[in-house]
Ligand binder design. Structure first.
Ligand code: PLP
Length: 431
């Protein structure tokens, strides 16, 4: 008999959380760590939101709610989504979850059978690939090439679609590249979807970074295009926009009430409901007139940091870094550093079974963390399938300027230290 069901080994992970174990080890050895691995704003949630939750707890608002979410929150979401995407949303099409994340698994469980295919961006949020694999579907990565500004063309998408494709996942602004799909990109996607799929095909549009956009850009949702909202599961949440990651509040707008009920059924089966005082705080986030200015200020800070970080990274020999249009990450190409430090050769010398669990950018990420005390994430953390030969890191810019400057200094020191790398590689910790 075996303890674990077979599917257990199919589930992936999110290294932004997992790297914590390495950080603790490094800190235990006496080295401080600059954390550029985190996917959350370094700002706190607004006072008006905090106050609302406290008042609600004191009022005794501590009971189960409608599993789909309280009506006031679903109405506020329907109003916000309807106003910004230009169509009318019925609150019964809205389902609320603890964070945006559960809707990824729900989409796979609701629309995808074993053997079906799902197209998702790579590099992309790692939980997409994790769940596609977990439900026994075929993961089909849509590679976002640096040379195309981390976007993709209609032709790229067209080549990947088959009669078994059930869902296309898109994410703009993107984690981890910060890339933003242009109006033209979206129109091309819509055209391919209209031409090549039927009404049972679904787009999962992850719009969680919808308000973190730079250079005066405004968010464009695929649902604005003809024929798209009827096929799109539009997902967003409070985590990034309102700096509420730990509160756990997200939502989806489903194409039909029937599909929303199917998601609601999963809520009933898994967690019953999101705590009522958190949902009330979520309404406050939408409604308090002070909040748009708070979001604008946070975004402005991210933009200033982006400008500093991109310039500083491009000044390091062996690194090139594109300028992201949104979110709070940069995604530098470190191929030159991997070459210069002898990492490509070192990787080739690893036994084949270990190579499968690593990559040159993984080795650099570990070297920078263990020897210089700067935590980042490697390319493999954003989709493993087809990631070979792609040498990138993700740095979060959700840290203050001084921390970011120190982090980049440490990366620079790591990038100039081939002897240090050779020594690290021969004494590398077992993970
Ligand atoms: N989607 C993307 C693209 C993300 O980057 C994240 C968080 O990092 C999520 C979804 C999950 O958001 P939440 O914390 O609201 O579950």
């Amino acid at each position: 008999m075996v303890l674990f069901a077979k599917r257990v080994e199919l589930l992936g992970t999110e290294n932004a959380f997992k790297v914590g174990e390495d950080i603790r080890r490094v800190e235990a050895s006496g080295q401080d760590v600059i954390r550029l691995n985190l996917g959350e704003p370094d700002f706190n949630s607004a006072e008006n939101i905090n106050l609302k939750a406290k008042q609600q707890i004191d009022k005794g608002n501590s009971h189960y709610t409608d599993p789909a979410g309280i009506l006031a929150l679903r109405e506020a979401i329907a109003e916000q989504v309807g106003r910004t995407r230009g169509f009318s949303v019925n609150p019964d099409q809205v389902v609320v979850f603890p964070g945006a994340k559960p809707s990824i698994s729900y989409t796979m469980l609701t629309y995808v059978n074993p053997g079906d295919e799902v197209i998702y961006p790579s590099p992309g949020f790692p939980i997409y690939e994790s769940w596609v694999t977990y439900v026994g579907a075929k993961p089909v990565p849509l590679h976002l090439e640096e040379s195309k500004g981390f976007a993709f063309t209609a032709e790229d998408l067209d080549k990947l679609l088959t009669t078994r494709t059930r869902v296309l996942i898109i994410n703009s602004p993107s984690n981890p590249t910060g890339g933003v799909l242009s109006q033209k990109d979206l129109e091309e996607i819509a055209e391919v979807v209209r031409a090549r799929t039927d009404e049972t095909f679904r787009i999962y549009s992850d719009e969680i970074y919808e308000q973190i956009l730079f250079d005066g850009n405004v968010h464009r949702s695929i649902t604005l295009l003809p024929g798209m909202r009827e096929r799109t599961i539009l997902v967003s949440g409070h985590s990034k926009t309102y700096a509420m990651t730990g509160w756990r509040l997200g939502y989806a707008v489903l194409p039909t009430v029937e599909e929303a009920n199917s998601f609601k059924q999963l809520n009933i089966n898994i967690f019953s409901c999101v705590p009522p005082f958190i949902q009330e705080a979520g309404v406050e986030a939408f409604k308090n007139p002070a909040n748009p200015a708070i979001i604008a200020e946070m975004t402005q800070q991210f933009q200033l940091r982006r400008d500093m970080v991109v310039d500083a990274l491009n000044a390091i020999e062996g690194i090139t870094c594109a300028k992201p249009g949104g979110a709070f990450y940069v995604f530098p190409n470190i191929a030159g550093v991997c070459e210069k430090l002898g990492i490509l050769n070192a990787y080739e010398s690893i036994p084949a079974d270990k190579q499968k669990r690593s990559s040159p950018s993984t080795l650099f990420q570990l070297f920078a963390l263990y020897r210089q005390g700067v935590a980042t994430l490697d390319r493999r953390s954003f989709g493993v399938v087809g990631s070979e030969g792609r040498h990138f890191l993700r740095l979060s810019i959700a840290a203050d300027m001084d921390t970011l400057k120190e982090g980049i200094n440490r990366l620079q020191r790591a990038s100039r230290d081939p002897e240090g790398f050779a020594h690290f590689f021969s004494h590398m910790p077992e993970r």
